[in-house]
Design a protein around this ligand. Structure first.
Ligand code: OSB
Ligand code: MG
Length: 368
């Protein structure tokens, strides 16, 4: 496509309830939406950074700065640019993978809309709906957690993930297991532990969890391998898997038996597909993670999760798990525990311009 420019917006979307993890509580989702202007068409992407660098080193204003100062000028300097070349053009810049991913998605959406082809078909989706799991934040106490989980099970979610942290792990997990029996259940520590906590983490083995997600720090691949060797529960990595190379290293070291794939964290949907392919060849199950996406990233995630190696339910929930109003005209809904894979051109979603404007707190247009 020939790029004419980009529009970036910072959005503030109120959450239906606070979302608490081991690294903090959010009540408003701050996120960047990118619009690529190309050949008279447009394409949409989402930069999934959060307001503060707590989950990863990236954060909204940092992504805004690197995108407007470096990435967008580099992309616009190319006269004509295939979406498959975006990563190569941005490759000299170190890191900032979420910023790269959001811009790549906008270019990809513009190109696919021009061709009239869906992202799902382009990516290699093999199903038209994906099973929907839900990520449940830390609540006031285990009883409140059981209430929250009950609500999601009643809605039809097929897999529950609960957030844990030191002091809010064994009792919370036990309460959910005891209340609901043998439901598909997993836990996510968001890097809150060290190897010194190995005994506590081993105590989770008795709950027959699908997996434990990211118990240790992002760069602790060797410690994750050591921990995994002593646990019955499979270790799944999220934060640590920043690229195809990191995924292949983690598999070689035995640091992960399962991989969470998030396109933002790995620098784009094309890199995410490559990690899917790598894990599939290695016989390692993957599932699609989430970053409280708007309808833009949520549509892309549903398509990604439809690839054949995504054999575990992902954090691909209905939009109303987080938001009362979305920026797309037809927000994702839960139907029989599944979310539909969009089939229209590009991401297959239409932007609700009024909603987008209502949530916008900062906007910039950069032209070629
Ligand atoms: O660790 O998976 C995570 C949200 C923000 C940052 C990190 C994570 C999460 C979630 C939410 O768990 C998943 C979702 O978007 O549904
Ligand atoms: Mg996680």
């Amino acid at each position: 496509v020939t790029l004419d420019g980009f529009e970036l917006r910072v959005l503030h979307l109120p959450l239906v309830s606070p979302f608490t993890t081991s690294f903090g509580t959010e009540t408003v989702r701050e996120v960047i939406v990118a619009r690529a202007l190309a050949d008279g068409a447009e394409g949409w992407g989402e930069i999934v950074t959060q307001q503060a660098p707590l989950y990863s080193s990236e954060y909204t204003q940092g992504a805004w700065d690197v995108a407007t100062r470096f990435f967008i000028p580099a992309l616009l300097a190319e006269r004509s640019l295939a979406p498959e070349r975006v990563a190569a053009v941005l490759e000299p810049f170190v890191g900032h993978r979420m910023a790269k991913a959001g811009l790549e998605l906008a270019v990809l959406d513009a190109a696919l809309r021009t061709e009239g082809r869906s992202f799902a078909s382009y990516a290699g989706a093999v199903v038209d709906r994906v099973p929907s799991g839900v990520s449940v934040g830390i609540q006031r106490n285990p009883a409140a957690l059981v209430d929250a989980v009950r609500g999601y099970l009643d809605e039809g979610y097929v897999r529950i993930k609960i957030k844990i942290k030191p002091g809010r792990d064994i009792d919370d997990t036990a309460a959910v297991r005891e209340a609901f029996g043998s439901i598909p259940l997993q836990v996510d520590a968001n890097s809150a532990y060290t190897l010194a906590d190995a005994d506590t983490l081993a105590a989770l083995d008795r709950f027959d969890l699908l997996l434990i997600e990211q118990p240790l720090q992002e760069d602790d691949l060797v410690d994750h391998a050591t921990l995994a060797a002593g646990l019955a529960t499979p270790v799944c990595l999220d934060e640590s898997i920043t690229s195809r190379k990191a995924a292949s290293d983690a598999l070689a070291l035995g640091s992960a038996a399962i991989v969470n794939i998030k396109a933002g964290r790995v620098g784009g949907y094309l890199e995410a597909i490559a990690i899917h392919d790598l894990c599939r060849d290695a016989g390692v199950p993957v599932w699609c993670g989430g970053m409280l996406e708007t309808g833009i990233g949520r549509a892309a995630n549903a398509a990604l999760a439809a690839l054949p190696g995504f054999t575990l339910p992902g954090d691909v929930s209905a939009a109303d798990r987080f938001y009362t109003r979305d920026v797309v005209t037809e927000p994702a809904v839960l139907d029989d525990g599944h979310v539909r894979v969009p089939t229209g051109p590009g991401l297959g979603v239409d932007i609700d311009a009024d909603a987008l404007d209502a949530f916008t707190v900062e906007k910039a247009v950069i032209r070629a």
